[in-house]
Design a protein around this ligand. Structure first.
Ligand code: ADP
Ligand code: MP5
Length: 268
């Protein structure tokens, strides 16, 4: 008999509850997979931005990961904010021994514009972590950082997705169009085919944590056993509903609503 579906997130925290570990665990819970977490950094942030950051010692990140690995198996995992090369090294060592889907949200800056990872860590992420992924989910600035090329059009987005797979070795690449104008279009390149996922653009500034929620939803659907394309399709539906029902919490960019599919009364 299959165990209860379970998923792990390795990421930083958000005390205001919209992004990071908190968003991931809420998403896992909402999508009916058992959630576990390894905390990399404690981030003092809210809807207006990042006020302070405390990176945990690498030994502690390693120990948290081992505490899970030595005791429990899980069906999929994701990484979000991994602040520095030392943490990335430990995570890549452990990841290369795992045989479950790995979803990477290549978190570099917060929606507020605050940097979340060290500059040299971007290079390590591209060279050593990307090739271990089943799927990476960059937004436009992150995809441009990975490929080193400007992204101004949907053609550029598709080309970046192909390059991230063929040149940088990711298992698949989902280039997200949240930062473009018009429809919210994302392109998934799986190594063979380009898939398009699009939704109407919702008129809101309450988009704190969209990337975290989306990648956590993909991880949740993979842990439930859906194939990659179906997992992304379902996750896109979920994140769109979460943005549609996002709300004005705090003074800045409010969070997405993890209860959205309950409110709408449907899951696709
Ligand atoms: N205003 C919006 N209306 C509808 N969908 C959006 C909106 N903003 C972002 N999205 C979608 O939310 C997801 C996260 O995208 P994006 O904002 O690009 O990522 P990130 O949060 O990592 O910057 C994507 O599916 C994107 O198309
Ligand atoms: C700990 C942490 N991780 C990631 C993000 C990015 O959030 P977003 O999904 O809005 O880009 C964040 N603000 N904080």
């Amino acid at each position: 008999m299959r165990q209860i579906p379970s998923a792990l997130t390795i990421a930083g925290t958000d005390p205001s509850g919209g992004a990071g570990i908190q968003a991931d665990l809420k998403t896992f819970q909402e999508l009916k997979t058992y959630g576990m977490s390894v905390i990399t950094s404690i981030v003092a942030q809210n809807t207006t931005g990042v006020q302070d950051v405390h990176h945990l010692p690498v030994s502690m990140v390693k120990q948290q990961f081992e505490s899970i690995l030595n005791d429990i198996s899980f069906h999929a995992f994701k990484t979000g904010m991994i602040a520095n090369v030392d943490m990335m090294r430990v995570i890549s060592e452990k990841t290369s021994e795992l045989d479950v889907p790995y979803v990477m949200d290549p978190v570099m800056v917060a929606t507020s514009g605050d940097p979340l990872i060290a500059k040299e860590a971007r290079h390590f992420l591209r060279e050593h972590l990307l090739p271990l992924t089943s799927i990476v989910t960059p937004n436009i600035p992150e995809a441009a950082d990975i490929t080193g090329e400007k992204i101004d059009s949907v053609e550029d987005m598709k080309s970046a997705a192909e390059q991230i797979v063929h040149k940088h070795g990711a298992g698949a690449a989902l280039v997200k169009g949240g930062h473009m104008k018009g429809e919210a279009i994302d392109f998934l390149y799986d190594g063979n085919k380009m898939h398009t996922f699009s939704s109407e653009r919702i008129d809101t500034n309450n988009t704190h944590g969209t990337g975290c929620t989306y990648s956590a939803a993909i991880t949740a659907f993979l842990s439930l056993g859906f194939p990659l394309t179906a997992a992304v399709e379902k996750a896109k539906y979920f994140v769109t509903a979460a943005i549609r029902h996002s709300f004005s919490l705090g003074k800045g960019n409010g969070p997405t609503n993890h209860w959205a599919t309950r409110i709408e009364g449907v899951t696709k």
